[in-house]
Write a protein that binds this ligand. Sequence first.
Ligand SMILES: *Cc1c(COP(=O)(O)O)cnc(C)c1O
Length: 361
Amino acid sequence: MSAPAFARLPHPNPTAEDVRAAAIADPAFGRVFTDHMVSIRYSEGKGWHDAQVMPRGPLLLDPATAVLHYAQEIFEGLKAYRLDDGSMALFRVEANAARFNASARRMAMAELPEELFVAAVREIVAADADWFPQVQGGALYLRPFMYASEVFLGVKPASEYHFLVIASPVGNYFKSGAPAVSLWVSEDYTRAAPGGTGAAKCGGNYAASLIAQQEAIAKGHDQVVFLDAAEHRWIEELGGMNMFFVFEDGSIVTPPLAGTILPGITRDAIITLARDAGLTVREERYAIDQWQADAQSGRLTESFACGTAAVVTPVGKVTRGDASFTIGAGGPGQVTGMLKDKLVDIQRGRAADPHGWVTRL
Ligand SMILES: *Cc1c(COP(=O)(O)O)cnc(C)c1O
């Protein structure tokens, strides 16, 4: 089946220029949206059809739409960057397309041809290029997602799906703009169990993580860090970011992808860039007790979290129960800063792109 061409339906009444300029001056994460969206429908037998770039607007859902009951939904998150020369680029969009289908398979959903995913992302950026924020660290955050649109209450994989892409101008992810975040170790809740959906980017994982995130905020912390479900001992990841640990000898550890951790594209890029820089990176389990002991002894010098939304974020403080420990001097470390700069320089077209990660638009 050949990929459908996109019908382009420009917004009849786009946001006025002054309103848009104010909206994108310093947007909070995920609050401001552009004028358009991409929509593609799937149904069994017919395949993917009705590809459109259309005015962004509410969806009309029958109350028996499957996703509202059984949460058959997946998403992706990536950014379009403005390069220093004014052109725009995507970072590793093919990896997002591939991961989207890996998530689709786990959730028993229809797969979207990867070239159609990439074409949809290109369409929304072309339609809403005017929405690019001018702020430092700004980007157009893109949110492709797909939900089970069949109207049916029986429990089975749906026979109809709706794929959409929306776009949101973003500045810095963390409101505080703090140089380092503090983490709360969740001992009561886990994010993912072996055999579960931890490696799929599905809304359900987030739904299950919110109570732990709420607890972290209530305890005065920025983010929650999850431990493994079986032993409550091994560090897994944050609600939406992967973790890295930097040691005194310059080596780096990150938890291995064993089915319960989301395979972050930023994670993969950081591993590659660290190895390019001559650092040793081990993908191996790291225990919470060891983290505390190593931070206190000075064997561990830095820790950071990473993901598309927040890029690379240093961890300053960790609390587990009544005990807190500080990482390094509590602020951004040298290796963290070096790796972040390397990544951002490639994303922004300031450095060579030896791995072919950047797609210029
Ligand atoms: C999306 C996500 C990440 C980060 O993935 P990137 O591809 O680097 O943005 C990490 N953990 C979870 C749970 C996620 O959903």
